[in-house]
Write a protein that binds this ligand. Structure first.
Ligand code: UDP
Ligand code: MG
Length: 191
């Protein structure tokens, strides 16, 4: 299996690039944000539990997210590999992911951070909010809190992978195609 982590702040373009990578490399896209929103839509017990956190832009507890990932890995045993999008969001989650993968003799090949300036992030998320219907995409204060949570709790995850020699940083202020081509270059180097 070939596994990568797509990393970066909210609104950086992870979901957009993940969709393109799925087509090119036939990987399974695992977005914890999408999974959590699906639970909210179903109004499942889990969805009800996480709703208020997500709508404030706070993180869902590690334990919940890790269990979701564990389930999804178990349900996709024959996958060619995974694109982790929006996960791991804390160093604790990154360590758990490494443990889960190691048990199956698997690993993360590469972690790529999409870098975008804060003003541009806010503009992109507000634009997405016009069609996504997401409460957390439609309010400046919530968006700013998500970016703050990213800077404080999530950004250190990049250092975790940097220490393993697996991290690359990609500017994503340009076009979707330009970023995609940079991503492909980095992936093809390690694949
Ligand atoms: N979230 C979380 N843990 C995750 C994924 C999502 O706590 O692993 C919550 C968090 O509140 C976040 C929201 O879900 O602000 C939306 O996450 P998503 O990854 O969809 O947003 P993006 O960063 O892609 O804009
Ligand atoms: Mg996303």
């Amino acid at each position: 299996m070939f596994n990568i982590v797509l990393f970066g702040p909210p609104g950086a373009g992870k979901g957009t690039q993940a969709a393109k990578l799925v087509e090119t490399y036939n990987l399974v896209h695992l977005s914890t944000g999408d999974i959590l929103r699906a639970e909210m839509k179903k109004n499942s017990p889990l969805g009800q539990e996480v709703k208020s956190l997500i709508e404030k832009g706070e993180l869902v507890p590690d334990k919940i997210v890790i269990e979701l990932i564990r389930e999804n890995l178990n349900n996709n045993k024959t996958a060619a590999g995974f694109i982790f999008d929006g996960f791991p969001r804390t160093v604790e989650q990154a360590k758990s992911l490494d443990e889960m993968l190691q048990k199956e003799s698997l690993n993360i090949a590469l972690m790529t951070t999409l870098e975008v300036e804060e003003e541009e992030l806010i503009a992109r998320i507000l634009l997405r909010g016009q069609s996504s219907g997401r409460a957390d995409d439609s309010d400046q204060a919530i968006i700013k809190n998500r970016i703050k949570v990213y800077n404080e709790q999530t950004a250190p995850v990049a250092e975790y992978y940097r220490q393993q020699g697996k991290h690359v940083s990609i500017g994503n202020m340009g076009t979707i195609e330009n970023t995609f081509s940079q991503l492909k270059t980095h992936i093809d180097k390690v694949k």
